[in-house]
Design a protein around this ligand. Structure first.
Ligand code: CA
Length: 236
């Protein structure tokens, strides 16, 4: 038997905790559970889980504060579960460092798929820290992004991108499969003090799509998460 990955479930509704725990156990995960934010912070530091499934609406500390506290010392993947329909809560959770979110009600399959993706990204991040972050490539279908040589190929053809366009594409490719918020992207590309200007990002995205998508109106690589940000398909 290999090492079981340990998941911390933070949720104050017992029925949901039981449901998620059962699903996790059936999928061969070890489960720890916390009913409130302070218990979650304690367990996160004492048991170092491999991932955290976090409800945003907790009785003591707001879920967003929990993300913030954990991110001060840990890169553990955090999957947010939220009943809240407001886009701004999702955006705030992602900006604070959550890896992904599912909105209640969600299916077992969706929860497991997102959890596995978050765990895989975390493993990839750890592996990347071991090697040189400057090197490597992203491949998906006919698209290749070569980080080291700053070049992009589409079906073997060399595609010319401006410096900014390349940095945007590289940022998305290095987080492939994960939604990056407008704010995260703008701060990353134009610096932490950049004014929040979604328009300049949108213009650059349109230019990149024009260069790498066969049909920019129905993109197969660069996806838009309306009201939240952008993501690129996972590499193959
Ligand atoms: Ca709750």
């Amino acid at each position: 038997m290999g090492h079981k990955e340990r998941i911390l479930v933070v949720e104050d509704e017992t029925s949901i905790t039981n449901f998620i725990s059962t699903v996790l156990a059936a999928n061969n995960f070890d489960v720890l559970s916390a009913q409130n934010g302070s218990q979650a912070l304690m367990l996160a530091s004492s048991h170092c889980p491999d991932a955290i499934i976090l409800d945003l609406g907790l009785p003591d500390i707001d879920g967003q504060r929990v993300i913030q506290s954990i991110r001060e010392w840990s890169e553990v993947p955090i999957l947010v579960v939220s009943a809240r329909m407001h886009e701004r809560d999702k955006v705030a959770a992602l900006d604070l460092g959550a890896d992904d979110y599912v909105t209640k009600p969600f299916s077992t399959a969706e929860l497991m798929a997102r959890l596995r993706t978050a765990l895989r990204h975390s493993a990839q991040r750890k592996a990347a820290l071991g090697g040189s972050a400057q090197e490597g490539e992203y491949h998906c279908g006919g698209l290749t992004v070569d980080y080291g040589r700053h070049r992009v190929f589409l079906d073997g053809e060399d595609i010319h991108l401006t410096q900014i366009e390349f940095r945007i594409l590289e940022l998305l490719a290095r987080h492939a499969g994960r939604v990056l918020t407008y704010d995260f992207m703008i701060k990353n590309i134009w610096g932490p003090n950049a004014a929040f200007d979604k328009q300049i990002l949108r213009v650059n995205m349109a230019n990149i799509r024009r260069k790498i998508e066969k049909n920019p109106a129905a993109p197969q690589y660069l996806r838009t998460e309306i009201g939240v940000g952008y993501w690129i398909r996972e590499g193959d």
